[in-house]
Design a protein around this ligand. Structure first.
Ligand code: 8YV
Length: 327
């Protein structure tokens, strides 16, 4: 491209990333950090060579139809690409990239923290103290459940699932997993992980279940009411992936009825809306999609976006291309 490409960025990014964007490209940055309205997105896509959206922008077929002919790259700021209609983008010859790998360890840390918090009742304990209601130690007060020796079932053994498994072993959890593809034997041995071909079977035997698979048409409501009902009533559920993987209504009902011991959720089916009944429960931890929210991770994600755009603009295949049928 003779002129600098027009790069439309939908949200505020770390300062160093925005500065580099301005140096390298004709970057159109935001002044405020609210999600763009659909009309604003459509306007941006009409003038952009490259669009940099995030999880809060739904780049669907309707919007892609309004895109200008010059839009050739959607460089997502994020690993998950369920906010983008990949098939339609592909059919319009628009390349899509994402930011894998750089948020793996931070998301796994958060998952591990969430695995610990609910069984050990940290939220309830904190509320008791901060409300000034703690009357002192008691041998039977605030009893939670032991982590060590329990069975962890990981749904989706990709980079994040594997990073969770590595941490969980240090906490004495036995590692079980369900994945589309079984891991190579050496990887399984390294993690002492047990593969469950049947998700139903795995769910029925686990003490803690962690959702670490992407949201795709195939994983939408993977944890349906029927599957959730297979879990043991004393089991816990943790989700740092995408809310859509779990039927949130069914999960809420089960938690309310005591058919599941607790849940820790960083993502929600209709985020930022949350089923209000979930907020009434003591045995849940609800977080505002902060699994990868570290400054380091955001800068690394921004660097990946810059590299993807730069490589593409230079006429090469960007390193993090997303191919619809491989997801
Ligand atoms: C990101 C995430 O913060 O990268 C992902 O898939 O879920 C998050 O951790 C978000 O997607 C940024 O767009």
């Amino acid at each position: 491209m003779a002129n600098k490409p027009v790069v439309v960025v939908t949200r505020r990014l770390p300062e160093v990333i925005e500065a580099r964007m301005m140096e390298l490209f004709d970057a159109r940055l935001r002044d405020d950090d609210t999600p763009m309205l659909r009309e604003e997105l459509a306007k941006g896509m009409a003038i952009a060579d490259v669009l940099v959206p995030t999880v809060t922008d739904r780049i669907d077929a309707e919007l892609l139809a309004l895109a200008g002919r010059r839009l050739k790259l959607v460089a997502n700021f994020g690993a998950g690409v369920d906010n983008i209609d990949l098939e339609t983008a592909q059919s319009q010859n628009i390349t899509v990239t994402n930011t894998p790998a750089v948020l793996t360890e931070d998301t796994a840390d958060m998952t591990m923290a969430m695995i610990l918090v609910v069984p050990r009742r940290l939220v309830e304990g904190e509320r008791l103290v901060s409300a000034g209601q703690w009357r002192g130690w008691g041998p039977t007060s605030m009893l939670g459940h032991r982590i060590w020796g329990k069975r962890l079932g990981i749904i989706g053994m990709g980079q994040i699932g594997t990073a969770v498994a590595r941490r969980a072993r240090g906490f004495g959890l036995s590692i079980n997993y369900h994945n589309r593809r079984r891991l190579p034997e050496s990887a399984e041995q390294g993690l002492e992980a047990t593969y469950w071909d049947s998700l139903d079977q795995m769910l029925a035997h686990m003490d803690i279940v962690s959702v670490n698979c992407p949201h795709t048409p195939a994983t939408y409501h993977l944890l349906s009411a029927r599957r959730l009902a297979l879990m043991k009533p004393e089991a816990y559920l943790v989700n740092t992936s995408r809310g859509e993987v779990i039927d949130e209504g069914a999960l809420t009902a089960m938690l309310r009825e005591g058919r599941l011991a607790g849940a820790a959720l960083d993502v929600f089916e209709h985020a930022p809306a949350i089923n209000p009944k979930l907020r009434e429960l003591d045995n849940v931890l609800l977080l505002p999609h902060m699994g990868s929210a570290t400054l380091e991770s955001r800068i690394d994600m921004g660097d990946k976006v810059l590299i993807n755009i730069r490589t593409f603009v230079d006429g090469h295949k960007p390193p993090d291309r997303v191919i619809a049928k491989l997801i």
